[in-house]
Design a protein around this ligand. Structure first.
Ligand SMILES: *[C@@H]1O[C@H](CO)[C@@H](O)[C@H](O)[C@H]1NC(C)=O
Ligand SMILES: *[C@@H]1O[C@H](CO)[C@@H](O)[C@H](O)[C@H]1NC(C)=O
Ligand SMILES: *[C@@H]1O[C@H](CO)[C@@H](O)[C@H](O)[C@H]1NC(C)=O
Ligand SMILES: *[C@@H]1O[C@H](CO)[C@@H](O)[C@H](O)[C@H]1NC(C)=O
Ligand SMILES: *[C@@H]1O[C@H](CO)[C@@H](O)[C@H](O)[C@H]1NC(C)=O
Length: 347
């Protein structure tokens, strides 16, 4: 009997070897779409995603699928289980009004915390609005955000003392740390943010995050620029690394220098590297192929909104069926294990 059990155990290990320690070199990252803000003069649908975020992720060796924010709960959960991480992009969302968007944010947050607590490594990254969302979700209130005068503002970072032991920066080459510290290469474009005072008055924030960098806005008020969760692979950044390579509005202060591009590429590499530690897999190639961003074409919108390329999604005329299929829910591995079990015990 003991022999049979240990044989079974080795077979189980063998079958699951790829799940135990493998690096996933084909990560797929979900980027959350947003409702189209009223300030946009073009509307080719009801959801959008700036192509700069897609290219930023692709440049580091991952594929992207859009997470359409107004999908039903089952479709969302079905996607979360199969992707390797989520990026919350910058943008302009009115939290008072977009209740469906806020519901989806809440589901993402609950999912990220729950699976990471259970040892399922699942990274989350928020840029600009994404940082504001992550801190509000953790504090359970949007009241932690305050006004800042930090639009069109490209500056160097002020690092905290523990920044260089952090997950994001401990392996960062010294030339990149050097230029982040002294060159005005981090492009800020936000009118909200998290102040260090608010941060230190919310235990839910200071017990959860480490602050790695901060800045003064144009009026001299301090905001947090970079933070990471102490325990989980959750990262939040207030500036726009993707702009150095992919955003060219001539009236923006974005820095396109070699050093700015290196620093941006480092951030993309770091996050995609994190998602390589996630072993989620698509159950079904057909569903993967029809979910990938390649199914959509970005539109050249520079003339209208001073953003080069935008993906639009019209959820009222597209088949956003999530392809959930009961046969795929019962994994092939489970079948193999049960089959071997039956052979060993009932031969
Ligand atoms: C979205 O698709 C519906 C149905 O085809 C169409 O009536 C509507 O005009 C489209 N909306 C936009 C903004 O393109
Ligand atoms: C979807 O999930 C949200 C958040 O968990 C919940 O508030 C909402 O009632 C759910 N909607 C449906 C239709 O089940
Ligand atoms: C860095 O911190 C110093 C001291 O608080 C402040 O005067 C300076 O403006 C900050 N630099 C930037 C770029 O935010
Ligand atoms: C943005 O900042 C740059 C550099 O400071 C400046 O030249 C440009 O006029 C600003 N753009 C706007 C729209 O204010
Ligand atoms: C990416 O992961 C590899 C393998 O784990 C590691 O050697 C490398 O330092 C990581 N790079 C970054 C930028 O995190």
């Amino acid at each position: 009997m003991i022999k049979q059990f240990s044989l079974l155990f080795y077979i189980y290990l063998f079958i699951n070897f790829d799940l135990i320690n493998a690096i996933n070199n084909t990560p797929i990252i979900g980027i959350l779409t947003q409702p189209i803000p009223s300030s946009f003069s073009v509307k080719y649908g009801d959801n959008y995603l700036m192509a700069s975020y897609v290219k930023y992720i692709e440049s580091a060796g991952a594929r992207v699928i859009p997470i359409i924010y107004n999908q039903d709960n089952e479709s969302l959960k079905n996607i979360f289980k199969q992707i390797n991480g989520i990026l919350l992009p910058g943008g302009d969302v009115d939290f008072e009004k977009e209740t469906l968007y806020v519901k989806t944010l809440g589901m993402i947050w609950d999912y990220v915390l729950e699976v990471n607590k259970n040892g399922d490594y699942f990274p989350l990254w928020g840029t600009c609005l994404g940082l504001e969302e992550i801190v509000s979700l953790q504090a359970e209130t949007f009241d932690v955000l305050t006004d800042f005068n930090a639009e069109n503002y490209s500056i160097p970072l002020n690092f905290t003392n523990n920044a260089f032991e952090s997950k994001i920066l401990k392996d960062c080459p010294s030339n990149i740390i050097q230029s982040l510290s002294f060159d005005p290469i981090t492009m800020n474009n936000h009118h909200f943010g998290l102040s260090p005072n608010t941060f230190s008055s919310y235990p839910s924030l200071y017990q959860f995050f480490d602050v790695l960098a901060f800045n003064n806005d144009k009026s001299g008020n301090e905001f947090i620029s970079l933070m990471e969760s102490k325990e989980f692979p959750i990262y939040a950044i207030i500036w726009h690394p993707e702009k150095s390579q992919y955003s060219w509005y001539y009236e923006d202060a974005t820095d396109h220098s070699f050093n700015a591009v290196l620093a941006s590429q480092y951030m993309a590499n770091f996050f995609v590297n994190e998602t390589r530690k996630s072993n989620h897999k698509f159950n079904d190639n057909e569903f993967l192929f029809k979910s990938l961003i390649y199914n959509y074409n970005p539109i050249y919108t520079f003339k209208d909104v001073h953003v080069e390329q935008i993906y639009f999604f019209n959820t009222s005329n597209r088949d956003l069926n999530n392809g959930l299929n009961i046969n795929q829910l019962i994994s092939k591995k489970l079948f193999v294990i049960i089959f071997i079990f039956i052979i060993i015990f009932f031969k």
